[in-house]
Write a protein that binds this ligand. Structure first.
Ligand SMILES: O=C(O)CCC(=O)C(=O)O
Length: 326
């Protein structure tokens, strides 16, 4: 039977208009940090790495998943901080805020265990260059897996899942959409496996997806780069990841391999498992170029399938203008 498909039907929802940042080229730093059981040392150590990254010209710094604490269910309650209370209740985010302000950079602050009332979350804070908290992402998909003889981890033993996708405009000037280092969608580690989240960020005009993550020695070699390149190639945007360095202790063994992937699915910079700071250039004009080369956005079969952004839909129904803007 002949298809009744008409190309214009594919443009439901309409093609995304990417917000144009005033600066399209800048340096990102991926700080693959060594993490110990000494929280104070971890904070001082991260501060030094951020400073080094800024000295090397990075305007955006990304830290690893759980960089102030060992990655374990036993440690999360002990190292958790009350981010909303701030100050002494959250020395890790106080440091991030001070560093962002002093060094005039944007920081996607990896993640730390967060205490909120009687709940714990795995939480990423984004600080603008004025030192203000611009966004807080609580890991949406908890890492509950069981590969017998290889790795079993049940984050939900201690942690609660976040309820919201998080996308952030990094600028301070409300008249300039997404100024500074663009519009960034945030996910934490296991969140990278859920492509709908990345698609929603792309549909809301993200230039870059940042995933602090600590993959392991089983899924890391097989999936870590594959997932990053998939999210980037499917959505034609930049993907940056940052892992802790591999520790020598007997605890959780991180795969490392922090990476930056471009909008053609190409690996632009990566590393092995040792402690290091990757500095790489992002050029947002590449996004438009690749979307022109491969106009996937205009070729979607909106008559056959649709992506539903429930958070946005709900905020529109409830008339929540703040959430509607992103
Ligand atoms: O998805 C994986 O294989 C690893 C995920 C993970 O380590 C995490 O979410 O912390």
């Amino acid at each position: 039977m002949a298809s009744t498909y008409k190309p214009e039907q594919a443009r439901v929802p309409p093609a995304v208009q990417l917000p144009v940042p005033p600066v399209t080229k800048f340096k990102i730093a991926l700080c693959q940090l060594s993490v110990t059981d000494d929280k104070e040392r971890n904070i001082v150590h991260a501060r030094k790495a951020i400073e080094e990254a800024a000295e090397k010209g990075a305007q955006l710094v990304l830290l690893p998943e759980i960089w102030n604490s060992p990655y374990s269910n036993d440690s999360f309650p002990v190292y958790a901080e009350d981010i909303d209370a701030g100050g002494d209740a959250s020395p890790s985010t106080a440091m991030l805020s001070e560093a962002a302000r002093t060094l005039q950079i944007t920081i996607v602050g990896g993640s730390i265990p967060e205490r909120s009332g009687d709940r714990l979350y795995n939480t990423c804070c984004v600080f603008g260059k004025d030192g203000k908290l611009k966004a807080k992402h609580r890991k949406i998909h908890l890492f509950d897996i069981d590969i017998p003889g290889k790795i079993t981890f049940v984050e939900s033993k201690t942690l609660t899942a976040g309820e919201n996708p998080t996308i952030v405009d990094t600028g301070n000037d409300s008249k300039v959409a997404c100024a500074d280092v663009g519009r960034i969608g945030i996910g934490i580690c296991y969140d990278i496996r859920f492509q709908e989240l990345a698609m929603i960020y792309a549909a809301r005009g993200a230039h870059l997806l940042c995933y602090p993550g600590a993959f392991n020695m089983t899924t890391g070699p097989l999936h870590w780069e594959l997932l990053q390149r998939s999210r980037a190639a499917d959505n034609q945007l930049y993907v940056a990841t940052c892992s802790p360095a591999r520790g020598s202790g007997a605890g959780y063994i991180a795969w490392g391999h922090s990476t930056l992937v471009g909008p053609f699915g190409e690996v632009l910079a990566t590393t092995e498992h040792e402690e290091t700071i990757i500095i790489a250039e992002i050029d947002y004009s590449q996004i438009e170029l690749r979307r022109t080369n491969l106009p996937l956005q205009n070729q979607r079969r909106g008559d056959l399938y649709q992506l539903v952004d429930l958070q946005r839909l709900n905020s529109q129904i409830n008339g929540n203008a703040e959430n509607n803007s992103l």
